[in-house]
Design a protein around this ligand. Structure first.
Ligand SMILES: C[S@@+](CC[C@H](N)C(=O)[O-])C[C@H]1O[C@@H](n2cnc3c(N)ncnc32)[C@H](O)[C@@H]1O
Length: 250
């Protein structure tokens, strides 16, 4: 399918649709504003605490059941695996799958409503409804390693007091690393990308810079919405996500 025609029409990236969520996606959004203008001073201490005291959250039974159904489908794929975290409607999952035909791209999201819009994925893509925290805990137990883990436009929770909801502050972060060290983050809040970079450095000792991100064509619905709203977009890639191998872009 051509990236310029069928792909964008199918995923609603080329022209707006008419109702509900789609109408909301079409409206202009305001850039992120926050009292926090740089990485939070408590970030590194929080990450170190999560590294030194592993998270012991009980895993929900329904997550175990979903994972048990998912596992054989993933494990029979002999090529690389890419994870699209918080995949929403699956547009990014589809874009990654088309760009990486040898890889299996797995999209995980907790929203049934968004996933219900993910029809027509390429044959090397699949999406599943699950809470990501449980997913990562189960994936680590199963010894899964992703070639790339993508965080495309996670909700930034920009108020300083909301920081514990951001992935870099989350106790699951060391588990995410155990599932694969190549990460790509895209966001419309530069500070969030900087926090990912710092948190990764606190876990691995490796630091890479945040860069402006100006995609010619959007990969996801949020990328499209933010771009059309005139927001600056930012990308951060860990060292393992830069260069050769499966990945969204060189
Ligand atoms: C802002 S949307 C971005 C969607 C998509 N990546 C895009 O760029 O269009 C964030 C998505 O993350 C999902 N999400 C947030 N927290 C999650 C969690 N703990 N587990 C699974 N999905 C989650 C939400 O349901 C939502 O679809």
């Amino acid at each position: 399918m051509s990236r310029k025609n069928g792909f964008h029409a199918r995923w609603g990236l080329g022209r707006p649709r008419a109702i509900g969520y789609d109408r909301w996606m079409r409206e202009t959004s305001s850039p992120v504003t926050s009292r926090q203008v740089e990485p939070h001073p408590r970030l590194v201490k929080t990450v170190q605490k999560h590294r030194d005291f592993p998270w012991r959250k009980p895993i929900a039974d329904h997550s175990r059941e979903t994972f048990a159904v998912l596992a054989p489908r993933v494990e029979r794929w002999s090529g690389p695996w890419i994870l699209d975290t918080g995949c929403g409607t699956g547009a990014g999952t589809a874009a990654l799958a088309l760009r990486n035909p040898v890889a299996l791209v797995l999209g995980i999201d907790k929203s049934a409503d968004r996933l219900a819009r993910s029809a027509g994925l390429p044959s090397n893509a699949l999406v599943t409804r699950m809470d990501l925290e449980d997913f990562w805990l189960l994936a680590r137990q199963a010894g899964w390693k992703f070639s790339l883990q993508c965080f495309f436009y996670p909700n930034p929770w920009p108020k300083p007091e909301q920081r514990l909801r951001r992935w870099p502050f989350h106790p699951v972060l060391p588990t995410v690393l155990a599932c694969g060290s190549a990460w790509e983050v895209r966001t419309n809040w530069e500070v969030y990308a900087q926090e990912f970079s710092l948190a990764y450095a606190a876990l691995t000792g490796e630091q890479t810079p945040v860069e402006p991100w100006n995609p010619e064509v959007p990969d996801t619905l949020f990328e499209k919405k933010y771009r059309e709203s005139g927001h600056s977009l930012w990308r951060w890639r860990s060292p393992g996500a830069i260069g050769e191998g499966p990945g969204p872009r060189p």
